[in-house]
Design a protein around this ligand. Structure first.
Ligand SMILES: [Zn+2]
Length: 157
């Protein structure tokens, strides 16, 4: 898998996701989530899940981070980390995958961080890396996806 993140960038992303999770507003699910985006200018944009008494108004941590960034003029990203309080890798939901798809390259690394990071060294070939982090990409999480470029294709009027 192509990873473009160095150790410093990974650390920034993982720490950012944990910091973001502190501000989760999740009284209903009691499932706090933190996300951190690394922009190509080196900045970290954090997001937490923000729930609503009208459940459909809830927004996930990943989308919070993306909307914060984009609404501040930041649109190019090179990494994402997500962390919950669960001691295994939790993936972005389907809606978030599509929103990530709008702004992030398919080969962008996505770090799924266990809530009890860092874990002891994982078994080789377990699919988990340093500290128990599962590293994946948007292309793996959302195969055969639809994106902005498809709206540019020639089509019948
Ligand atoms: Zn989501």
């Amino acid at each position: 898998m192509a990873s473009t993140l160095n150790a410093e960038e990974r650390t920034k992303l993982i720490e950012g996701a944990f910091e973001a999770k502190k501000y989760s507003y999740s009284p209903y699910s009691k499932f706090p989530v933190g996300a951190a985006l690394l922009a190509n200018d080196g900045s970290i944009i954090k997001g937490a899940n923000v729930e609503n008494a009208s459940y459909g108004g809830t927004i996930c941590a990943e989308r919070t981070a993306i909307v914060k960034a984009v609404s501040e003029g930041i649109r190019e990203f090179i990494g994402l980390a997500v962390v919950t309080n669960v001691s295994s890798a939790i993936s972005p939901c389907g809606i978030c995958r599509q929103v990530i798809r709008e702004f992030c390259p398919l080969d962008m690394p996505i770090l799924l961080v266990p809530g009890d990071y860092p874990q002891p060294p994982p078994a080789p070939d377990s699919g988990y890396g340093e500290g128990g982090v599962k590293e994946t990409t948007l292309g793996i999480l959302l195969p055969d996806s639809f994106g902005p470029e498809h709206l540019e294709l020639p089509r019948k009027s």
